[in-house]
Design a protein around this ligand. Structure first.
Ligand SMILES: [Mn+2]
Length: 408
């Protein structure tokens, strides 16, 4: 017997942070979760699996575009037509209230908000029980794991749970402990919610399938689904990547590039070594040792002109190269090389005092911070890091200009 366990398709994710990219590039990213899902269905049919489990967060939001709903229905219908069972639950992103039920193809099995068990018999006469539930609300603090029945009188019993391991702090997502899952004596736990694929226990397997397509740089690496095969009485999972897009970082140490163009050539040359046929790469670029560049080029880096030029050139190349640099960071090799010893000490002391959430809050003022989305952005650690990086680069550039003046 074979089956597929997937979770966190997050269809219709808006990819807001990438809206500034050219439309065809954004489309390529927006379509990636759909493409990955289509591949899963193609492979489920090819592999003649007995059933497919979808463990929550099929959609990114509780309301979806009509196009996204139609897409999912088409894909599920393909499985049904191939006589593959479909079992799904909704998670914290696509939780379903009673008056919000979406129309799924006939034959799709959907878990309701209380734990229930469905059984099936496979073509080779194996009896399988599947227990699970759906989220009725965004947050679900109840100990749902405790409500799963103990193993039934079947060949395989599978638990489907969208949730997170119980933590000491907040537990909004059907918190569970490994012991609770073990005590059910199930043959497989199909988990959803955590986006990184992870095996929590080898046998009997307790597995996070992970999201089918990483959606930002913190979700880099391979993403896909879990193909599970029976071997005697055991169920053995293996991971199958299907992500069309991959998030990567490229770090380049600049040396003696004399102009913007030379720097761009260097980047394209390094980029070509990174790319391959398997996935489209979204690249975060870091240039280090920028103090080696002429002051003019550093200025172009800092004011964004260099990145604009790079982006223009990318428009002609991204299809062939199968990659897009969506952000750049630049930094000196060593923070204090260009300042005198005294300046470096002042900088370090000031840095610790100035680049804090409190200081940024003061600078922004109360009015701006009353908007939650602005407050979230301003107080994010990445905003502080970016601000500090820019300030350092500005200081570096000024130090350079002063040094150049003295040289004249
Ligand atoms: Mn999710």
């Amino acid at each position: 017997m074979k089956f597929i366990h997937a979770a966190d398709l997050h269809l219709d994710s808006p990819f807001e942070g990438l809206r500034q990219l050219p439309e065809p590039v954004w489309q390529l990213i927006y379509q990636a979760p759909f493409k990955a899902t289509q591949q899963l269905v193609d492979q489920a049919i090819d592999q003649e699996v007995a059933f497919v489990l979808l463990a929550g967060d099929l959609f990114d939001r509780e309301t979806q575009s009509v196009a996204a709903q139609l897409f999912l229905n088409e894909q599920l219908q393909r499985l049904i037509d191939a006589q593959i069972g479909v079992y799904l639950c909704f998670g914290n992103h696509d939780y379903q209230t009673a008056n919000q039920a979406i129309d799924l193809p006939e034959g799709v099995h959907v878990f309701v908000s209380t734990v229930s068990t469905m059984t099936l018999t496979t073509r080779n006469q194996k009896r399988v029980a599947i227990s699970g539930f759906s989220y009725p609300t965004r947050w679900l603090e109840t100990d749902m794991a405790a409500q799963f029945p103990v193993r039934g009188d079947v060949d395989y019993h599978i638990g489907m749970l969208h949730g997170a391991l119980r933590q000491s702090g907040t537990n909004h997502y059907a918190p569970f402990t490994l012991d609770e899952l073990r005590e059910t004596h199930y043959d497989y736990w199909a988990l959803g919610h955590i986006h990184k694929p992870e095996v929590l226990q080898e046998q009997p397997p307790i597995v996070y399938a992970g999201t089918i397509q990483g959606r930002h740089k913190n979700e880099a690496g391979e993403h896909g689904y879990t193909l599970v095969r029976s071997q005697d009485t055991r169920l053995v999972p293996s991971f199958v990547p299907v992500n069309p897009v991959d998030w990567v970082t490229l770090a380049i140490t600049v040396t003696d590039q004399q102009s913007e163009t030379e720097l761009i050539d260097l980047v394209f040359e390094q980029l070509s070594r990174l790319t391959d046929e398997t996935t489209f790469k979204l690249v975060s670029l870091t240039l280090t040792n920028v103090e080696a560049l002429p002051g003019q080029v550093v200025a172009q880096l800092n004011n964004g002109n260099w990145f604009d030029r790079l982006s223009q050139l990318q428009e002609d190349q991204y299809e062939a190269n199968r990659c897009w640099i969506y952000e750049t960071h630049s930094q000196p090799a060593a923070t204090d090389i260009h300042y005198s010893q005294l300046d470096a000490e002042f900088w370090k002391a000031a840095q610790a005092d100035v680049f804090t959430g409190d200081e940024l809050t003061k600078a922004a003022g109360k009015k701006l911070l009353s908007y939650p989305f602005l407050a979230d952005h301003l107080l994010a650690s990445t905003t502080l890091e970016d601000t500090q990086e820019r300030a350092e680069n500005e200081l570096l550039q000024q130090a350079r200009l002063e040094a150049d003046d003295h040289a004249d």
